[in-house]
Design a protein around this ligand. Structure first.
Ligand code: NAD
Length: 454
């Protein structure tokens, strides 16, 4: 399909300046919230068809996050969009300086499959708040959720402002050949590189929300039961298909066994099962097979059961894992948690740093010195101390990676900034001018200028 006319139409609409009007943005955000609220039943049933995600998890990890993002933008968009005063140096007095947030224009948002609603709609919300027009390309893997978003958006919004285009690699490749004013991508590192290269041809700015192996480092002084409870929840939420799930645990060897016992007890307590509506399926057979291959039967401590018909892998913990094991090569992105141990914190930090910069890092400790050492010495996107995953829910925190885990960030006002260009303006009156900078130059003028500009 030729997408160029649709994007041309969005550029034309953007040029009418309609989206520069803050009230227009507010109305469209309200429209989006109303449409989603009215059609929650469709959103729940579609995601259940795709990978049996429960109503509970869909609300907590998808819809509530989208609603909060809209509400925050509704309250703050006027403030975010205001021009901001900046200081003015002696040279330009009595002028004044200010910064004007300007929407980038027509943007492309490419979504990932694991949280298909919020990873597609939260960037779109930020783009709308910033005054952009949006082409949204959700992941094709959860086909029912992609179809639901296409239906709801395309029936309720003017396509020259906000349109969902469904499709996979071919359609995305075609879209990437077209000039956009900004591309926001969530997905894997290899595809992130493809997006970055395509964007470079048009010098289009990008935000890349990627993944990586996020460690959880546990020291010997922790509250073991609470640590186990939080880790188990964070890992097996969405059956481990979470970009910021703890990918592996590095635990002080002196509490290794007690942590394992506590984690096993937490898994049993949670009674994960798709029939209990508290456990999600693996998205497809390809990922199921990939995950199954990662399980080393000799190292299973808990779980390891794989049911291909149901596409379910039970919550699995692997122990005695080494950094050289296969499971430590790439991001796991499923319900398998390798446990490794360390003797000194220096050793743990050194090991983490042999891998790419992770999207998240979790530190469980009561020791302030160790906490500060880890936060200071390991580079990662964002994280939590004595918890995991929950930092994502804080709208006051920018969410994004660093190095191989991504470029740029969003959420709340950071999302607005991601879709805005900050235009710098110096404004001068006509009534006064220092003639020093004008030709003909002289030593005397230079002497005075040096006094003023230093
Ligand atoms: P993916 O890279 O396979 O797909 C992401 C998007 O890119 C999809 O919309 C897909 O249609 C498109 N795509 C796939 N192959 C393409 C190609 N060759 N050319 C152009 N477009 C292509 O990623 P995924 O499997 O959907 O998601 C898993 C990855 O995403 C994991 O690495 C995970 O950590 C990461 N992720 C990151 C975040 C974050 O917020 N940082 C969130 C969720 C997932």
């Amino acid at each position: 399909m030729n997408f160029q006319p649709i994007i041309d139409e969005q550029h034309r609409f953007f040029d009418t300046n309609t989206t520069k009007d803050i009230q227009f943005r507010i109305n469209e955000l309200k429209r989006l919230k109303n449409v989603l609220k009215k059609n929650e039943a469709l959103l729940y049933s579609s995601i259940y068809k795709d990978f049996k995600k429960s109503k509970f998890e869909t609300y907590v990890t998808e819809l509530s996050i989208i609603y909060h993002e809209i509400d925050l933008a509704l309250v703050n968009v006027r403030k975010w969009a205001k021009k901001k005063k900046a200081s003015t140096g002696l040279t330009n007095l009595p002028g004044k300086s200010y910064i004007v947030p300007e929407p980038y224009g027509t943007v492309l948002v490419i979504g990932a499959w694991n949280y298909p609603y919020q990873l597609s709609l939260c960037p779109a919300i930020a783009a709308i708040a910033a005054g952009c027009t949006v082409i949204l390309k959700p992941s094709e893997l959860p086909s029912n959720t992609a179809a639901a978003m296409a239906q709801l958006i395309n029936q309720n919004f003017d396509p020259s402002f906000f349109k969902v285009i469904e499709g996979g690699v071919q359609q995305t490749t075609e879209l990437l050949q077209i000039r956009f004013d900004k591309i926001f991508f969530t997905g894997s590192l290899p595809v992130g590189k493809i997006v970055y290269q395509a964007a470079a041809k048009h010098l289009t700015p990008v935000t890349l929300e990627l993944g990586g192996k996020s460690p959880a480092i546990i020291t010997k002084d922790v509250n073991i039961n609470m640590t186990a409870k939080r880790l188990v929840w964070a890992k097996y939420l969405n059956a481990g298909q979470t970009c910021i799930a703890p990918d592996y645990v590095l635990v002080d060897s002196s509490i290794h066994d007690s942590l394992l016992t506590a984690m096993k007890a937490e898994i049993e307590k949670a009674a994960y099962h798709v029939d209990h509506h508290n456990y999600t399926q693996i998205i497809n057979v390809k990922n199921f097979d990939r995950l199954k291959d990662l399980i080393d039967k000799e190292k299973i401590y808990v779980g390891g059961e794989c049911n291909v018909e149901e596409r379910v892998i039970s919550p699995t913990i692997m122990k005695n894992v080494e950094f050289s094991d296969k499971i430590m090569k790439d991001e796991i992105f499923g319900p398998i948690l390798p446990i490794l141990s360390f003797k000194t914190i220096e050793e743990a930090i050194e090991k983490v740093k042999t891998l790419s910069k992770p999207l998240s890092c979790y530190v469980f400790t009561k020791n302030k010195t160790i906490k500060n050492k880890i936060l200071n010495e390991i580079s990662f996107g964002g994280g939590a101390v004595n918890d995991a995953v929950m930092h994502f829910t804080e709208q006051s925190l920018p969410f994004g990676g660093v190095g191989d885990s991504g470029i740029g960030n969003y959420h709340g006002k950071y999302g607005f900034e991601t879709f805005s260009h900050y235009k710098s303006i110096l404004q001068k009156p006509f009534w006064i001018e220092l003639n020093l900078k004008y030709s003909p130059y002289s030593d005397k003028k230079l002497k005075w200028l040096k006094r003023i500009i230093g």
